[in-house]
Write a protein that binds this ligand. Structure first.
Ligand SMILES: *Cc1c(COP(=O)(O)O)cnc(C)c1O
Length: 411
């Protein structure tokens, strides 16, 4: 087989997808540049602060820039938010009160949120359930869409205080949801209930489309800076963005109800937070292109991938389905081998904190575990699905595609 020609053919077949992605990233880049300019981002905003961090203009300006980009009133962006799970739990625990009810309209939440919401066998762990906040869920329809009819019915019956939406696929066999589909759901919710909070787990989806859910009616969106909006440069952190009413409570939950976001220092400074955000649309674009290329190669080798190359991508993840645990583990190990860091490490399944099943993770990344960099993870359970995502450059993902071709097309 002529490898170069095989890859070139794949790229040619993906041209239409690539052109759509170029247009989206150009639009988002303009939006971000404008937000930097409108908020007068200056070199002095990159300096760090210490202690209480009173009047930390770098922090305050970053919050404003974020809010503008996310099309909403307010945002908290902070290295003190340790990861995506933390950002999501922060947002939930900030606005919900004892006796409140959450209704998920996208099935089960992401694995690490399950115990945080519903508790576990260890007794009181400070989960939402331990605060007498209840959770129920509506499954997506069999073809992976929000079941609006059922949602309308349940909102009428149970009067939830929060509608919970997860945009990306998590560890389930479905595609991510488009902002348009989320908008239709939000508009429906608002017809029935003006006041309930609408919450969106935005992980893996920032800048994949031209609009964020916070700009079309969600009260709260949250995510990780080790994913899309960190652009591969941000060393750590998370964000929550949304309405003034909601974010005011998030600020007070992050620190203390009496203080809010008046405090919070970070001595290393904020340059990478601004710089990572600025390059993020381009990094996201290249990831999705590379993702399509890898997916196309696997498709041609006979594997099933989600979303397949005829469909639009609404997150930066590609799911590749394998028949056995061994096949899955082998794929994840190949991805580790293609990494720039720790390429000689051999990932094995392990009991990672927060996850229900054993998981296997490849992440030979510059920022530890950052899944905007080339990475692949999967819970060890049937069906055996590799969740493949990230990659800082398109060429890196093209090398991965070549390597996969070498390994799988040997016969
Ligand atoms: C990654 C992810 C999370 C959790 O983020 P962590 O940074 O791993 O804690 C939550 N929800 C979704 C959909 C994710 O992709």
């Amino acid at each position: 087989m002529n490898k170069d020609k095989f890859i070139k053919d794949c790229e040619n077949e993906l041209r239409e997808r690539f052109e759509e992605l170029d247009e989206i990233s150009f639009y988002n880049q303009k939006k971000i540049l404008r937000a930097f300019q409108n908020n007068n981002v200056e070199l002095r905003h990159f300096y760090g602060s210490t202690g209480y961090g009173n009047s930390d203009v770098g922090r305050d300006t970053l919050n404003k820039v974020f809010a503008e980009i996310f099309g909403c009133e307010s945002a908290v962006v902070s290295p003190l938010i340790t990861c995506g799970t933390h950002a999501l739990y922060l947002a939930l625990s900030a606005v919900l009160r004892p006796g409140n009810k959450i209704l998920s309209i996208t099935g089960s939440p992401y694995d690490t949120l399950i115990d945080a919401i519903n508790g576990n066998e260890n007794g009181d762990i400070g989960s939402l359930k331990d605060f007498n906040i209840s959770f129920s869920q509506i499954e997506l329809t069999s073809d992976g869409h929000i079941d609006i009819e059922k949602m309308n019915k349940l909102i009428g019956e149970s009067m939830p205080n929060m509608i919970y939406i997860q945009r990306s696929r998590g560890y389930s066999l479905r595609d991510a949801l488009s902002v348009n589909e989320i908008k239709i759901a939000i508009d429906n919710v608002r017809k029935l209930n003006k006041d309930c909070y609408i919450f969106v787990d935005n992980c893996y989806c920032e800048f994949v489309e031209k609009t964020e859910p916070s700009a079309i009616g969600a009260d709260l969106v949250a995510g990780s800076l080790c994913k899309n909006p960190g652009g591969g440069l941000v060393p750590t952190g998370g964000y929550v963005a949304g309405t003034k009413r909601a974010i005011n409570l998030v600020e007070r939950r992050l620190t203390a109800p009496s203080i809010g976001i008046e405090v919070g220092s970070y001595e290393p400074g904020y340059r990478l937070f601004y710089q990572g955000l600025f390059v993020s649309p381009d990094v996201v674009k290249n990831i999705i292109k590379g993702n399509y290329l890898v997916g196309k190669v696997m498709e041609k080798l006979g594997y099933t991938v989600f979303p397949n190359s005829n469909k639009k991508s609404y997150d930066i993840v590609k799911s590749i389905i394998f028949n056995t645990e061994d096949e899955l583990i082998k794929f994840v190990q190949i991805i580790q081998k293609c990494s720039p860091v720790d390429s000689n490490a051999v990932p094995m399944p392990w009991n990672m904190p927060g996850y229900e099943d054993k998981v296997i993770m490849a992440a030979g990344t510059f920022v530890q575990g950052a899944s905007i960099e080339l990475s692949c993870d999967s819970p060890i359970r049937a069906p055996y699905i590799a969740y493949f995502q990230g990659g800082l450059t398109y060429d890196h993902l093209k090398i991965v595609a070549e390597e996969l071709l070498d390994v799988y097309a040997k016969n």
